[in-house]
Design a protein around this ligand. Structure first.
Ligand code: ZN
Length: 206
């Protein structure tokens, strides 16, 4: 069974305030008599479900095309956490063994991908340190950022960079039961980019 954990990328998909929304331009259109339909897209690279590159917050960090692909492929654990709106997921909110080097956190604090609510939850730096100690190489979250909206220091992003932990943001996890899955969420090979949209899916383990 496959869970699609990516939001639809339509003109109404919300982006960070001030960032570039998705726009599609039709160069040719069968419906108006052209021989093909051919379109271009313009949008932030942090669109919908996306992978942040280390270069997003670190001048010397790797761009997205240089990220090792194995980070985005393989066994992951989905965990539903109870965290207040605008808060941070703390280490004590995660119980039990992970059994995976990738963790996806369902906070439920960003429920509608077409409406940008600013009171979504992020990660505590202590949680990032703790997951690193437990062998985690990728953290995914169902919010637009691993840091809360008002955190201009981006402490969780910097802790992830310090540990070389990959980041997925903007996932849709509300319908996924807790458990272990195979994650497939490859970023595009966008040379020099600070992020890439991903088509993130989970496959049930056999
Ligand atoms: Zn980010």
């Amino acid at each position: 069974m496959i869970y699609d954990i990516s939001p639809s990328l339509g003109p109404d998909v919300a982006v960070w305030p001030g960032d570039t929304p998705l726009a599609r331009r039709l160069a040719c259109d069968l419906a108006r008599g052209d021989r093909t339909t051919l379109s271009s897209l313009n949008a932030t690279s942090h669109l919908g479900a996306h992978a942040d590159a280390p270069s997003h917050f670190d001048l010397h960090g790797r761009p997205i095309d240089e990220q090792p692909l194995h980070l985005y492929l393989g066994t992951c654990r989905v965990i539903h956490v109870s965290v207040p709106a605008g808060g941070r997921v703390m280490p004590e909110m995660l119980e039990g063994a992970l059994g995976a080097a990738r963790v996806l956190l369902a906070t439920g604090t960003y429920p509608d991908s077409t409406r940008f609510n600013r009171d979504f939850a992020g990660l505590s730096p202590d949680l990032v340190d703790d997951l690193h100690r437990r062998g985690v190489r990728l953290i995914g979250i169902d919010t637009p950022s691993v840091d809360p909206f008002d955190d201009d220091e981006h402490v969780a992003h910097h802790r992830c960079a310090a540990h070389d932990i990959a980041i997925l943001e903007g996932l849709c996890l509300q319908d996924v039961p807790e458990g272990n899955y195979e994650l497939i969420a490859l970023p595009l090979k966008l040379v020099g980019f600070d992020a890439s949209p991903v088509r993130a899916v989970l496959r049930t383990l056999i």
